[in-house]
Design a protein around this ligand. Sequence first.
Ligand code: BV8
Length: 246
Amino acid sequence: MAVTTRIPTALIATLRGAQHICVLTGAGISAESGVPTFRDAQSGLWEKYDPLDLATPEAFLRDPKLIWRWYRWRRELVAKAQPNPAHQALATFATLVPRLTLVTQNVDGLHQRAGSTDVIEFHGNLFDDRCFAEDRIVDCTADADVPICPGCGSNVRPGVVWFGEAIPEQALDRSFAAAADCDVFLSIGTSSLVFPAAGLAEVANEAGAVVIEVNPNPTGMSAGFDYAIAGNAGSVLPELIDSLTD
Ligand code: BV8
């Protein structure tokens, strides 16, 4: 594994020759948009809670009002955030290579707002509302403390995947198929701690892809990557696009 702060020339040649690039993003790609990463100390009201405790069905069943307060706070924060140069670079990247599959663990929708299309949302979307009982997306405008399903009257929950819940089947299948098929796997802004998302890099590696990590900090998986580019996504990705288009 080569740890570098620059993008190696050999890597640019590899990217130029790639037929299929699979990209996995995590909370770190949205950090420069001002969206706290999942393991940042939650600011203000939320610093006394551990996100791992709040992002669970048990927490919602125990205290739906508290969970909705947390998710409304996150929706307001994300709605004010803007995609950053890293999100924009990935949208451009997709126009420069024959095939790019973008899988995100993030629920903030910033890739779509940056112009990426066909984004695989591995953990759902912060702005979807889902009936807890029927497990289907609903349109409920009431901004009651806990929205109610217009169809069955059950509590509505945010449309994200919580810890202990299954990844949406299509997202899971498409993501693992892309990881197994790609020539290059790019892991950006993730601590690689949450599974099964973190398993995508392992599948790509075992299938013979060149695997690259972009993260200012080393992770538990850095040693398994061919390249670990130590830098912020907002700087590294635009530089990568510039190198490809030189
Ligand atoms: C499941 C939505 C089974 C909610 C989230 C092995 C196999 C399978 C499961 C497990 C397993 N081991 C453990 C599990 C259980 C669990 C899990 O992984 N737990 C962890 C804590 C050990 N997994 C699950 O529960 C999953 N479900 O397996 O179900 C099943 C099967 C069938 C039937 C029933 C059940 C579901 C997990 C989904 C949880 N939901 N999000 C919400 O957002 O509210 S996960 C949450 O963490 C976010 O999506 C986040 O993206 C994700 C991962 O974190 P990261 O994105 O990596 O963010 P983090 O803060 O950790 O790191 C940020 C990184 O960015 C850092 O490394 C930092 O250095 C870097 N960075 C900072 N600034 C920058 C930067 N990088 C670049 N540029 C910068 N500027």
